[in-house]
Design a protein around this ligand. Structure first.
Ligand SMILES: Cc1ncc(COP(=O)(O)O)c(C=O)c1O
Length: 480
């Protein structure tokens, strides 16, 4: 018996726009979008589920006679799932990939993953792990070998002293973060998140029945959190402050002095913990330097440090990250993981040991990648800086440029319609320039668009030329 799902309202053909808007389509179940030129014959079947609306969808089953009969199946989802927005970066990346596979020459600058291969020494260690039979379950917290290597790394590079039982290895830093949020937040607690933020932080807070409290930052302050704003927003419900440096999507790096001021404020609030996401630690451009928040006076006892292998070591597919912190909190994360995924892949953990064995800050292999990222950053900052109506804060780390294009909002583009916001401008760029970027509203700042420069310089040059050409036919609505 073949079973398929149908929306009780009409399920129409959905293209790029609906993928972008995600939960913004709260009142609609699906949308039909028309596409100009070569994009027209690319369609995706999509059933949009609103956040509030329970799905009035029924299962249809094909009876032996060949006719369809309706089954009474309640396919409603938990309020927890309905409160969460799907990741726009993943949706856009998938969409751009689908376009590319269909032959549209899209330049994809939406993904948050290095374009480099995992360094050979690390890959070899993974292959050897299989050959040598390291293919059984790992201890839940991670192998002692890897946790010891992580302790050594944290001591040497970050000035942090941990024992292996203060480290929990997970299937990527993403898992480390959600487990920490689940472990420390009670329903109704507030999670303070500076914006622009990594797309998953607010959704993770929601998954824990906590409330994301978003604190905006300014491009003129290099998107760094204003300590006074932080101080004014802390309440007795504030449980967790999430800091990310170097940051996704802005590339901002928090200077030590600013972190010290934040630490002084945090220290006044015994309930407030800090999750310091340091996954881009090694992708940093001198003279900027990285400071681990837990190393600041009084912060060790209240900081959960998250790091991983995906970015610096180009190991996104190996799924390996970790958290370090006070034993009590790490044990709680460990408990969640034990009923959730168990330990991370033993093969990846062997590769992780090899990665940490590459030397200080990843040694030559990482330095070579960082050098390439820096050249690309310099090219993009220089090039976009010369365009009319564009504002930039020069990133000091990571591999993203978060550009303010808001002076183009309100412009009527011929054959396209009005550029209303970051989302429609991204759609315009995909349509006119065939470059895939991520709208800033996914990161909590609609004035900007994120460009990932995890692509070769030649690709970035081509993308820039296309974007420039697409912008020429627009004139900023307001002078920048
Ligand atoms: C800021 C930030 N934190 C955490 C992660 C998760 O990394 P992973 O789960 O691949 O280790 C990402 C990935 O995009 C990120 O950008």
């Amino acid at each position: 018996m073949a079973t398929s799902l149908h929306s009780s309202t009409s399920t129409s053909r959905v293209g790029f726009s609906s993928q972008f808007t995600g939960s913004n389509l709260a009142s609609k179940s699906s949308v039909s979008v028309s596409f100009p030129s070569s994009l027209t014959n690319l369609t995706f079947k999509s059933v949009e589920t609103s956040r509030q609306q329970s799905s009035k969808i029924c299962a249809m089953s094909k009876a032996e006679s060949g006719s369809f009969e309706q089954l009474n199946v309640d396919i409603s989802l938990s309020p927890r799932v309905n409160s969460v927005k799907p990741s726009k970066t993943v949706a856009i990346t998938d969409h751009a990939t689908a376009l590319a596979q269909a032959g549209v020459p899209v330049i994809r600058l939406a993904a948050g993953e290095p374009d480099f291969d995992t360094p050979a020494v690390i890959a070899e260690a993974g292959i050897n792990a299989i050959r040598e039979g390291h293919t059984r379950y790992s201890p839940n917290a991670g192998t002692l070998e890897l946790r010891t290597a992580i302790c050594n790394k944290l001591k040497d590079e970050n000035g942090l002293s941990y024992k292996p039982d203060q480290i929990l290895v997970s299937n990527g830093a993403k898992q480390s973060i959600i487990q920490a949020v689940l472990a420390v937040c009670s329903p109704g607690d507030e999670v303070i998140i500076p914006a622009p933020f990594w797309v998953s932080y607010p959704e993770m807070a929601r998954l824990a029945d906590a409330k994301p409290v978003i604190l905006p930052t300014l491009i003129s302050d290099n998107f760094l959190l204003d300590p006074k704003l932080l101080e004014s927003k802390i309440t007795e419900k504030s449980r967790l402050l999430i800091l990310c440096s170097p940051a996704n999507p802005t590339g901002s790096v928090y200077p030590k002095e600013l972190l010290e001021r934040i630490a002084e404020i945090v220290a006044k609030h015994p309930r407030l913990l800090v999750l310091s996401d340091e996954i881009y630690e090694h992708i940093i451009y001198a003279p900027a330097t990285h400071t681990s928040f837990a190393s600041l006076p009084g912060m060790y006892e209240r900081t959960l440090t998250v790091n991983g292998f995906s970015k610096a070591f180009a190991m996104t597919g190996w799924r390996l990250g970790y958290i370090a912190g006070p034993k009590h909190f790490v044990a709680a994360c460990n408990k969640i993981q034990s009923q959730f995924t168990s330990g991370a892949s033993t093969i990846s953990q062997k590769a992780g040991v090899a990665a940490l064995g590459l030397g200080y800050a990843g040694g030559e292999a990482v330095a070579t990648m960082v050098k390439a990222f820096r050249e690309r950053r310099d090219f993009l900052v220089r090039s976009f800086g010369e365009l009319e109506g564009v504002k930039i804060s020069e990133p000091q780390g990571a591999f993203y440029l978060f550009i303010d294009f808001s002076s183009y909002y309100g412009v009527e583009a011929e054959g396209f319609g009005k550029i209303e916001n970051s989302e429609s401008l991204c759609r315009y760029f995909l349509d006119k320039a065939q470059v895939a970027l991520v709208p800033g509203d996914a990161f909590g700042d609609d004035t900007c668009i994120r460009i990932s420069y995890a692509a070769s310089l030649t690709t970035l040059q081509a993308a820039f030329e296309r974007i420039k050409k697409a912008l020429v036919s627009l004139r900023p609505a307001v002078p920048a």
